[in-house]
Design a protein around this ligand. Structure first.
Ligand code: G3H
Ligand code: 13P
Ligand code: ZN
Length: 349
């Protein structure tokens, strides 16, 4: 069975009223953790690789590991996605490698830091959409800019500096024809999102709801959606780490988003925390050990636990066998004949 198009996977999520976690991977153990969690919860999955991940692991390894996962877990629909593509060529090379989805993050210039103009964003995203859709590949765009700098994505500052303007989101969706749209509603990449326990007003959920009403067929994406659980922070600090006090995105806010059009939820930091805590624990408690399997196995298990919990919380659990992946030719046809067109003027809002 082939990898599934992310568009089909998100269309199915919309039909079922659930969200799908998009988990970042950099190595085999992370892919294994996601797949075991998917098997345990019977979930469709999105495996995503950032530019940094493609460089770190060599993207061909990550791609073929994902194909191996597809062979080993034929009952699980798997989409493979480029996270935060910064230029046309990044998306093109991911598509040529076989990814079934790409994000063109044109909200920032190619340096991944400086906010781009609206026109620049439309232009580069449109170019990626044309190239991708001709090949049946899904495109996620971004409008508005996420805060945070620690992972190289975002324009710095607080998450509230560049909230998405709903009018711009509508114009952007109309002019680009993206399948999925990342919006900025106050989340930040990385562990340091909020300095106090966030209450219901911390994210601009009203903006998200307004955008969904006007773009009912464009799947919304929440980046920076790790919850940064206290117990994972505590394990790291208990075993010699030095994390400062911090709070992440409450799961209930994500669930509110899912009830209002959020279909893809990006999670990386929570898994990083789980892995690092598990490794630190082995190192601290059994310093005589030196076989990498002695710490990679608990690390993989710790990530599996986080991913399985998110799959339950996002609602994707139990939906792995609702549908069969469509061949890529069906997606190419759907884009060409307009049946997959989500532009607001076409779907009539
Ligand atoms: O959006 C960022 C993801 O957490 C990936 O981060 O670029 O350090 O791989 P990275
Ligand atoms: P977190 O840092 O909150 O896990 O966000 C990850 C992300 O948005 C990847 O694109
Ligand atoms: Zn992101």
């Amino acid at each position: 069975m082939a990898l599934v198009s992310m568009r089909q996977l998100l269309d199915e999520a919309a039909k079922g009223g659930y969200g799908v976690g998009a988990f970042n991977v950099n190595d085999m153990e992370q892919i294994q953790a996601i797949m075991e969690a998917a098997k345990e919860t019977q979930s469709p999955v999105i495996v995503q690789a950032s530019r940094g991940a493609r460089q770190f692991a060599q993207d061909r390894y990550l791609f073929h590991l994902t194909l191996a996962a597809n062979e080993l877990y034929p009952e699980i629909p798997i989409a493979m996605h480029q996270d935060h593509g910064n230029r046309f060529d990044t998306c093109k090379s991911a598509i040529e490698l076989g990814f079934t989805s790409v994000m063109m993050d044109g909200s920032l210039k190619a340096d991944g830091k400086t906010p781009a103009s609206f026109e620049e964003n439309v232009e580069v995203t449109r170019k990626v959409v044309d190239f991708a859709h001709e090949r049946g590949v899904t495109v996620e765009g971004e409008i508005g800019v996420l805060g945070g700098v620690e992972d190289g994505h975002g324009a710095g500052g607080s998450g509230l500096d560049h909230i998405t303007d709903p009018d711009q989101a509508v114009e952007f969706a109309e002019r680009t024809g993206v399948d999925a749209l990342a919006i900025a509603i106050g989340t930040i990449h990385g562990a340091y999102k909020f300095t106090k326990k966030p209450d219901g007003s911390v994210l601009k959920m009203d903006v998200l709801i307004a955008i969904h009403k006007r773009l009912p067929k464009t799947h919304l994406v929440m980046h920076g959606s790790s919850s940064v659980p206290k117990d994972l922070q505590d394990i790291i600090n208990q075993y010699g780490g030095k994390l400062k006090e911090t709070w992440g995105v409450p799961v209930e806010e994500i669930q509110l988003g899912i009830r209002n059009g959020v279909r893809k939820i990006n999670v990386d930091t929570d898994n990083r925390l789980a892995i690092t805590g598990a490794i630190r624990k082995v190192f601290a408690e059994t310093p005589e050990k030196f076989d990498p399997r002695d710490y990679l196995k608990p690390a993989r298990e710790a990530m599996q636990k986080v991913v399985a919990l998110r799959m339950q919380q996002f609602g994707q659990a139990g939906h792995a066998q609702d549908y069969k992946p469509l061949p890529i030719t069906a997606m190419i046809k759907g884009y060409a004949d307009g049946t997959l067109d989500t532009r607001p003027s076409v779907v009539g809002v």
